[in-house]
Design a protein around this ligand. Structure first.
Ligand code: HEC
Length: 128
């Protein structure tokens, strides 16, 4: 094998390795949308409710910040993907503003966490 060929092979292998690494670095959602809903929103005494009522503790807000980013990485089973991204981005931004104590953040959050609007657009009609 001449040296040019050997070099070509070497760079091919290196290129493949790099491609594999890049693929693995792509972020995977930690939680499914259903898990996020169950953990944060489900029930009358949910974390989401506390926070909406203005009674969210730092810990609860941090829990939202742990789970909401997965929504950004999840695709909606139903509805327009761009709309979903917009909603979830607004929700995450409002939650970050709450965490920082930005004035008006609670109003922003209440609007962004609108259960009904998002469910109508994106929640599949199946029973759980
Ligand atoms: C950004 C959009 C969005 C918002 C805002 C949202 N939801 Fe959801 N919710 C969904 C989607 C999508 C599903 C369906 C998930 C699935 O089953 O794959 C869902 C499912 C649920 C479920 C069913 C979970 C289960 O047990 O299967 C509950 C309960 C729920 N949401 C409660 C709420 C409540 C309460 C609020 C408001 C405080 C809320 N959600 C706000 C998108 C949203």
């Amino acid at each position: 094998m001449n040296s040019t060929l050997r070099l070509t092979l070497a760079s091919l292998v290196a290129g493949t390795t790099a491609a594999v690494l890049v693929t693995q670095a792509v972020e995977k959602p930690k939680y499914t949308t259903q898990e996020v809903m169950k953990t944060l929103h489900k029930g009358k005494d949910s974390i989401g409710k506390h926070v909406m009522d203005g009674n969210g503790t730092k810990e609860e807000i941090h829990k939202l910040l742990e789970y909401y980013p997965s929504l950004l990485l999840n695709e909606p089973e139903k509805g327009d993907k761009a709309e979903w991204k917009k909603r979830v981005t607004a929700l995450l931004a409002a939650t970050k503003a709450l965490d920082k104590g930005t004035p008006g953040a609670l109003e922003q959050f209440k609007e962004a966490v609108n259960c009904k609007a998002c469910h109508q657009a994106h929640k599949p009609d199946k029973e759980h």
